[in-house]
Design a binder for this molecule. Structure first.
Ligand code: ADP
Ligand code: MG
Length: 227
């Protein structure tokens, strides 16, 4: 029985990818837990499996072996159940931002709100999206700019606003400050800390000691295993 305050547990998770000439063992039996109100850094060299671990936790990939638990329950097998959890429980910041380039910053942030239950009126969605963009330090003048015309750092902040706008229980952020300078790193880490104080849990992949030092503890992956 897993405590319900445990938002995420990976238990003996392995993941191999088909590749030529040999399969890649991206994760080799990873066990980790994130509790409510806890902010945890996931460190390790490039290629050590950080993004794979976050994608498995966010139900974007399925493990080759082991189990992913969200809120104490094994992740569902069916795609509908997985999609429901992705929309309602998890907020994900992708390493490559994954913003939609041909729509505005504000329209990107409204996307997860369109799946909210109960349904939010259009005006409220816009208001929440504006608030979220303000919190990541973006000026009003760029809210309605096409995301593809934004700098990397601006796109990264749109991605962070989009992940946080739904107040997710579990935040999975993949190098969320890689394109940001020191002052913005402070702002973003402050936002993540506020979310955790309000009861969320966060797992943050990072190379940056400044980011890790803002977290409650750090885990390190080397060659697909926690060391
Ligand atoms: P990190 O985020 O720590 O840089 P990744 O999780 O992206 O590491 O990658 C871990 C290992 O898995 C790497 O060797 C990478 O090349 C491999 N890998 C990741 N995704 C795939 C994929 N879709 N197909 C094949 N190999 C992959
Ligand atoms: Mg990565």
């Amino acid at each position: 029985m897993i405590e319900v305050s445990c938002l995420l547990r990976l238990e003996g998770v392995t993941k191999s990818f088909r590749a030529n000439p040999n399969p890649v063992e991206a994760l080799r039996g990873v066990t980790l837990e994130i509790k409510a109100a806890e902010m945890v850094a996931l460190m390790g060299p490039s290629g050590s499996g950080k993004s794979t671990a976050l994608s498995l936790a966010g139900l974007m990939l399925r493990p080759t072996g082991g189990t992913v638990f969200l809120s104490g329950e094994a992740a569902p097998d069916d795609e509908r159940g997985r999609a429901r959890l992705r929309n309602s429980f998890v907020g994900t910041v992708h390493q490559s931002y994954a913003v939609i380039g041909d729509i505005s910053g504000i329209a990107n942030v409204e996307i997860p709100l369109e799946y909210a239950s109960p349904r939010l009126p259009r005006g409220r969605r816009r208001e929440l999206a504006r608030e979220a963009l303000g919190k990541v330090g973006l000026g009003e003048d760029i809210y309605s700019r096409r995301a593809s015309s934004m700098s990397g750092g601006q796109q990264q902040r749109v991605a962070i606003a989009r992940a946080l706008v739904v107040d997710p229980r579990l935040i999975l952020a993949d190098e969320p400050t890689a394109a940001l300078d020191g002052k913005l790193i402070g702002i973003i880490m402050g936002l993540l800390r506020d979310a955790c104080k309000a009861g969320a849990g966060a797992l943050i992949a990072t190379h940056d000691e400044r980011v890790a030092s803002c977290c409650d503890r750090s885990l390190t992956l080397v060659d697909g295993a926690i060391v």
